[in-house]
Design a protein around this ligand. Structure first.
Ligand SMILES: [Zn+2]
Length: 124
């Protein structure tokens, strides 16, 4: 069994659910949830509730730390490529393409290129 992770929610231990009650009889406390996997916030939170509480407390600092947008981003022809695929008429074979969201240009793509997260035609 993999190591258990703790929910990073700042108030996880204050949510009164039965599964959070731990400890010996007479010495029970509500505790932060501990699981092998979580499904929220990149695997860091047990629920959207906990994720939102974390963000409400630390979100501004995190955005400032990693870089707050000060100007709008622009989608241009150079960075408007996205990967897509179509099924053949029997729904047996997929054909892969790169499509440009602005120009509607299409370029063929191999399955290997489609699955390669580092492969891109975008330049910006
Ligand atoms: Zn939690």
């Amino acid at each position: 069994m993999s190591e258990l992770k703790l929910c990073q929610g700042t108030k996880c231990h204050t949510h009164r659910t039965k599964d959070r009650i731990k400890g010996q009889k007479g010495d029970k406390t509500y505790q932060t949830r501990r699981r092998s996997t979580f499904y929220y916030g990149g695997g860091n939170f047990c629920s959207l509730w906990c994720q939102n509480e974390w963000f409400n407390e630390f979100g501004d600092k995190a955005i400032d730390h990693f870089g707050r947008l000060t100007e709008p981003k622009h989608l241009t022809e150079d960075n408007a490529w996205y990967k897509d695929y179509d099924w053949d008429s029997n729904y047996e074979t997929r054909s892969y393409t790169y499509r440009n969201q602005l120009t509607n240009e299409q370029r063929p793509l191999t399955e290997e290129q489609f699955n390669d997260n580092n492969y891109t035609l975008n330049t910006v």
